[in-house]
Design a protein around this ligand. Structure first.
Ligand SMILES: NC(=O)c1ccc[n+]([C@@H]2O[C@H](COP(=O)([O-])OP(=O)(O)OC[C@H]3O[C@@H](n4cnc5c(N)ncnc54)[C@H](O)[C@@H]3O)[C@@H](O)[C@H]2O)c1
Length: 441
């Protein structure tokens, strides 16, 4: 304990980070920027090569600059050799993806494989911390047995902790250094050492708890957000029917000092909220309990792309557009604004649904260069040209600033704008031929 404590305090401890994605790379970069020597491991050669050139493989504000400084200063190196990173590290953070299967069960295959590499290369005295989101009970029930197959005992020969990540993409660097953290220890010493390590990078309050409490905290945080969004989506659908504006209703309700309703939208994407509630549902099933509110919220949010599809088709029909020839422009492939992350993006079922009905679909995104079918272009003029229906799916700031009237010459003057994120003031379309349809009004 004293040896690691001293090495954390004087920043001579070598930090290993396994998994250099949206969470792992910023974490590794921040530790390196605080003076630690960091070795990061990832199985993707292109990711490792890019990092070693000082270039960020992800679009995260501010990351590229700090990364190039710490790589050039030899504070951070990346490798595809996970064993090497494990052997070199005094403190190891594991941050690999933990998705769900097609049947919506936890898919811990990457997570278990990564811990197996750790186990095979483990030596006494290290602190091992998981940041990957997992079903409650996984650290004790899955990770500890994998690690102890090395012959070393958790809590006696090495320290083990779990600390969920709360940073939000596009603000990751700020939040990782300011957010409070929950740190769960396999033992009290594990929690204390992990808390000391995190206190080197964040000014936020750090709370030490047992390991399963920390696992539970993470999944309920995201299940809470999912339920709140589902509530907003139900209100939006009711408001549409009653001719009331849900955005206004929610804004006004939020003026109540104890109300905080999230915004309705086209569905919930990204790597976290769509799957973390399923970890909780899995955990409940293991205990023979059904979590009806959480599973209903998931179903509501999963049905939102269908609702947007209905809005698109109804708007085209009401404007007498022929669905066989109508050009539909999808604005935003990313799952939310200002990110290049398109995992579980609601744009995917929307595009695929339109393609299945043979619409002429073209997609645009300023940060993502992939499509979910149909045509794709980064050229906004080309995407908007002669469009019959422009559907705003991601809330990129670039879109908020668009003056659609500026594109008047290019856009079909009788086009319909379907705004699933309520980016625009409906009044700005008053007196225009362009028709405006906003989710929840
Ligand atoms: N993205 C977020 O905003 C966020 C926020 C909080 C928590 N989380 C959680 O953090 C974890 C990581 O999420 P992410 O978005 O960074 O995922 P990611 O897919 O961006 O990154 C994971 C990385 O791990 C690598 N990897 C997989 N197996 C490996 C192995 N055996 N050895 C080395 N590298 C390996 C992958 O190649 C990938 O680059 C997940 O459990 C997620 O739920 C994510």
């Amino acid at each position: 304990m004293e040896r690691l404590e001293g090495m954390i305090k004087d920043r001579t401890a070598v930090i290993g980070v396994v998994g250099l994605g949206y969470v792992g790379l910023p974490l590794a970069t921040i530790f390196a920027s605080k003076g630690f020597t960091v070795i990061g491991a990832d199985i993707k050669t292109d990711v490792v090569d890019k990092i070693n050139r000082g270039e960020s493989p992800i679009n995260e504000p501010g990351l590229g600059e700090i990364l190039s400084t710490v790589v050039n200063g030899k504070r951070l190196t990346a490798t595809t050799d996970g064993a090497k990173a494990v052997r070199a590290a005094d403190i190891l953070f594991l941050v690999v993806q933990t998705p769900i299967t097609k049947d919506k069960e936890p898919d811990l295959s990457n997570f278990k494989a990564a811990w197996t590499t750790v186990s095979e290369n483990l030596s006494p005295g290290k602190l091992l911390v998981s940041e990957s989101t997992i079903p409650p009970g996984t650290m004790k029930g899955v990770v500890a047995p994998i690690l102890e197959s090395s012959g070393l005992l958790a809590g006696r020969d090495f320290h083990l902790a779990y600390s969920p990540e709360r940073a939000i993409p596009t603000r990751t660097l700020i939040e990782m250094q300011e957010n409070g953290r929950v740190v769960g220890g396999f033992t009290d010493t594990g929690a204390e050492l992990a808390a000391l390590a995190y206190s080197q990078i964040t000014s936020g309050a750090i709370t030490k708890v047992d390991i399963e409490t920390a696992e539970m905290v993470k999944v309920i945080e995201n299940a809470y957000r999912d339920v709140n969004i589902a509530f907003a989506n139900e209100i939006a659908m009711l408001c549409e029917k009653r001719g009331v504006d849900a955005s206004q209703v929610i804004d006004l309700a939020n003026k109540h000092p104890r109300v905080n309703i999230h915004s309705p939208g086209p569905g919930v994407g990204g790597h976290c909220i769509p799957k973390d509630p399923h970890f909780l549902l899995h955990s409940a099933r293991e205990c023979g309990i059904e979590l009806k509110l959480i599973s209903t919220a998931r179903r509501i949010n999963e049905s939102m792309p269908e609702h947007i599809l209905r809005l698109i088709k109804k708007s085209l029909h009401d404007s007498n557009k022929d669905p066989r020839t109508a050009k539909v422009s999808i604005m935003g492939i990313a799952y939310k604004g200002n990110t290049d992350d398109s995992r579980n993006s609601p744009a995917e079922p929307i595009v695929r649904g339109l393609m299945a009905e043979h619409f002429n679909v073209i997609s645009h995104d300023p940060y993502v260069s992939r499509d979910f079918g149909g045509a794709f272009s980064n050229d906004i003029n080309h995407v908007l040209e002669d469009s019959d229906c422009v559907v705003f799916v991601a809330d990129h700031d670039d879109y908020r600033d668009i003056d659609l009237k500026k594109f008047k010459g290019a856009i079909n003057p009788t086009c319909v704008v379907v705004d699933s994120r309520r980016l625009f003031d409906p009044r700005s379309f008053d007196g225009e031929m362009i028709k405006y349809v906003g989710l929840g009004r």
